[in-house]
Design a protein around this ligand. Sequence first.
Ligand code: ADP
Ligand code: MG
Length: 882
Amino acid sequence: MAKETPMMEQYKKIKAEYRDAFLFFRLGDFYELFFEDAKRAAEELEITLTSRGKGEDGVPMCGVPYHSSETYIAQLVDKGFKVAICEQTEDPQQAKGVVKREVVQLVTPGTVMQGRAVQEKENNYMVSVDTFDDDTYSLAACDLTTGECKTTMVAEDLEAVIQEIASFSPREIVVSSEVDEELIEWCERRLQLTVSVQDETELPAEMSYVLSDIEQTKLRQVTARLIAYFVRTQKRSLDHIQKAQYYTTKQFMSIDPDSKRNLELTETIRGKSKRGSLLGLLDKTVTAMGGRALKQWVERPLMDEEALSFRLNVVEALLDDFFVRQSLQEDLKHVYDVERLTGKVAFGSVNAREFVQLRQTLAKVPPIFEQLNSHHSPAIRKLVEGIDMCQSLRHRLDESILDDPPVSITEGNLLKDGYHEQLDQYRDAMRNGKAWIASLEQQEREATGIKSLKVGFNKVFGYYIEVTKANLNQLPEGRYERKQTLTNAERYITPELKEKEQLIFEAEEKSGQLEYELFLQLREEVKQYMKSLQQLAQTLATIDVLQSFAKLSDENRYVRPQFSQNRDVKITAGRHPVVEQSIDIGSYVANDVFMNEKRDMLLITGPNMAGKSTYMRQLALISVMAQIGCFVPADEAHLPKFDQIFTRIGAADDVAHGQSTFMVEMVETNRAVSKATEQSLILLDEIGRGTSTYDGMALAQAIVEHIHHDVGAKTLFSTHYHELTTLETELARLKNVHVSATEEDGKVVFLHRVIEGAADRSYGVYVAELADLPKNVIERAKTILSTLESQTQDADQSGQVKELIASHEPKEETEQLPLFQIEEEPQSSNVKEEPECAFEQIEPDVDEQDVLATIKNCDVLNMTPLQAIETLNQMKQKLGHK
Ligand code: ADP
Ligand code: MG
């Protein structure tokens, strides 16, 4: 093999330091990739793989043009890769030997500052976690685009840390090489994070301020690790990173990632789209900053009553003041992303066009602030209290930056006339020179009499005088010097033209250079406003979110939630905020939720499709909305402040989740029952469906009992096991409710109304009928059903079920809980199949028996009139078949 060229040696040396990244190696106007990098990049970016050198010594290579590299880098980072950008750090013309090259930035999923990976209305957090032997964890999170930095301790278990990590939706995590391996596995597998290692936690002096408010060693260490990683990879000023703020997870309502997913808080389960989620509904923000703040709020509902009443007070005041709300919305539409612009200032990537955006934004601030400052509501006034409007910066940008500058900052046309004397002089020279040249054409036409004579300019030859071949004979000999011959024309210059050209070029170059320098100075100067700008950005974001809440609450007739001091829930005419929007206006059936210390748990029965799941989610969503400071869809709402919400969906309903196995369902249920407190809300939707009937029913009952006895959380439990409704008599704080349906002309009609008591039957067959299953199947099913029902009724009449329950009543809390047994106990205790039904036993007078049984069993004193009518109607239907 031939000897390595010096450049290849250089490449390999640099690549050795960035093994886990694509090395973009600058070669003239291209970034080149070699070897494995080239092969993979060619595949990922769909670009052509070539080779440097021939034959056996050929090295796989591919490249992207320097000027369009950003999109390629963004594509790779988007896919979770890292890209090391290696530049030529000396002028190639002056270099002796190989041009010096250095990596100037490592772009990673967590540090990307622009491009598609950075969503307007989403943060791009990077997190760092340290694990300790005493099973505690410290965590830091920082968004490099906005500078926000936070840190906390998690003292529970690995799962709690994962939940905390996930709450930031990061794309990358930084850890030490000694971190707990299980954590890495979770991060890679479950959260699909890019994992980066950073062992050094010493911070350069200029970054140490980030830690100034943090005392605890573990927190300092993890935050320092994160910042040190930024410093190492970004290799530039990071002054916009804010002081790390300590927070505790107790400040917020905690919702584990699965529950967030189930409740569709920020995205839908199926399409993973924001549209159709709670966030999608709530988002009437008009700024990117507001959009990000809203998402953060939804991810972290508050526990602090004072903070909540502040938000609610503002919403209430804005709700009542249509005029102010309207003009806020208008003004905010002209507000750019100050927060990210500030990040770019520090990062040194801000351009003049973005300064114009900043200036336009700052011009909108006084009208916004004045309105709020003079408002009669103290809460609204407080929003802007003590916030610097940064108007001196606005004036500075006003006098300096042109209205429509180019994106590039090296080619001039950035600064206004009168901003800088020397610059004005250069520009004068340029303008004079150009004016002279402009007048030259006219002058020479007259002098030579050639009407078509032109003065032009091209990049290679500069200014020239052009005469067409046809007119050459009119040109006095020796008037111009020949420069270039074209097919139909000759181009000339004159010494004077050359001289002026020289002047213009010089002035252009100098003014471009000077403008660049002045712009950099200005950029430096703007840095001193960074803290004020960040504060202003946060204020504007908050205003935007709260106006969004007010607008939404007004449009949808939401009411202000009241937080109850005891744990009572009292919702009158509550609605599911998202479902309500997806059906015809006014067709949503509002429902009450009433829970207190005597009604901690509601067992919800009712036919499929009746609205059980909707009813349960409705309570959770109303609670989340209340705890982020928004009004809620109800006529009246009194709520506790829930510390946690857990939701479990029965495996059969959980189709969208890849791992819809019964095991996962049980693991998740276990999490809910072991972590919930009296202050929590648990939603268990059809738990136990993923296994055989008796198994499932037994588990469901055991879980209900456990929550009732040992957890005490407010719980909604929906089930299709009617048998469970008898639990009401055993468990003091459990009440039956059901979602009603009636039959009309033998068809089921869902009323979506939740009423007290247990449902009488499950209507599954009718749902099948709605779904247009063949008639004979439906008929046969009805016959079988009534047989089975009559058997159950018989068993019930004889008191068999109750007795069985009694006889299985656990003697101690820990004892295995009972199965409902209607038929004989199966041979194996590990039942996996439904018991066989005895089709042959169909009796001729089954319906009459059924009706009799119903009459005997119904508890007239405890029936609502509607239930009575329903029951009567059903009995009539049955007999009507005869
Ligand atoms: P279940 O869980 O009982 O099977 P769902 O809660 O999934 O039923 O509700 C089924 C459908 O019924 C929902 O998709 C919704 O369109 C409709 N629905 C549910 N509750 C209501 C309601 N209160 N008002 C109007 N429509 C409702
Ligand atoms: Mg359901």
